[in-house]
Design a protein around this ligand. Structure first.
Ligand code: 5RP
Length: 251
């Protein structure tokens, strides 16, 4: 119970010290909206007997809770977790875990920091985007669950998280600033550097409005030292569920 409380506090408090600010968490009703969309994703897309991918963050954790309720009710669902935090929460709720690559993932459910009109995404406020992208790429259907303020015309108001090998962090930051004039790059958790589940660092890069997320992701990944970016191609997104005041809407 103590462990579950800790995980809940961690996720409710925004997850990561030093990550970009999450104003929506303080809005009244925001948690109810996240719960509604998290529950709806599980109720609409998760079948008994399936292997699913479970995301990371304050919205995904409601989907995890719903899966926990279904497993407690006797359903045989197994999950691939996208982070150590999600793994811990699944274990606390009795959700059996599967190793990534061991079974086909029928559906993956995860939050996002921004959803553009073309369905490209920014992810990684929690620093889990490498595993989140691996699971989304492997899943037959990727269901994105968000509250309405995450819907944007173009990505870029939210800084793009870039996961880098720590040895190369300074050199990669300099290379990004040289290649994209005007872009501000900040190492996450500057005084007490953030470390991902893969042992890497995160650079938060303020590119401004992004016209082509696929092209930017591809060009960033040519810089030696970059492991993954938080830019998700529109082709990955299968379904977007949005928690509106009058219910959960599928875009
Ligand atoms: C973590 C993520 C999260 O899915 C994203 O940050 C959304 O989180 P939240 O639902 O807490 O706003 O990408 O790496």
């Amino acid at each position: 119970m103590g462990l579950l409380f800790f995980v809940r506090f961690w996720t409710l408090s925004g997850g990561v010290a030093g990550g970009p600010a999450r104003e929506s968490l303080r809005m009244p009703g925001a948690e109810e909206a996240k719960r509604a969309v998290g529950y709806a994703a599980v109720d609409r897309f998760v079948r008994d007997g399936s292997c699913i991918g479970l995301g990371t963050g304050t919205t995904a954790r409601w989907a995890i809770e719903r899966v926990g309720q279904r497993v407690a009710g006797g359903e045989r669902i197994v999950a691939v977790a996208t982070s150590v935090t999600t793994e811990v929460l699944c274990s606390a709720l009795g959700i059996p875990l599967a190793a990534f690559g061991s079974s086909e993932i029928e559906v993956a459910i995860d939050g996002a920091d921004e959803v553009a009109a073309d369905w490209s995404l920014t992810k990684g406020a929690g620093g889990a985007m490498f595993r989140e992208k691996a699971v989304a790429l492997a899943a037959r259907t990727f269901v994105v669950i968000v509250t309405p303020e995450k819907l944007v015309d173009k990505l870029g108001a939210f800084p793009t998280p870039v996961e880098v090998v720590p040895f190369s962090a300074g050199a990669v930051a300099a290379a990004i600033e040289a290649s994209y004039p005007g872009v501000r790059v900040r190492r996450r958790g500057a005084d007490s550097p953030f470390v991902t589940d893969n042992g890497n660092a995160i650079l938060d890069c303020a590119f401004g409005p992004i016209d082509d997320a696929v092209a930017l992701d591809a060009s960033l990944r040519t810089i030696h030292g970059i492991v993954a970016t938080g830019l998700f191609a529109p082709s990955l997104t299968g379904v977007v569920l949005v928690a509106d005041p009058d219910g959960v809407r599928e875009l």
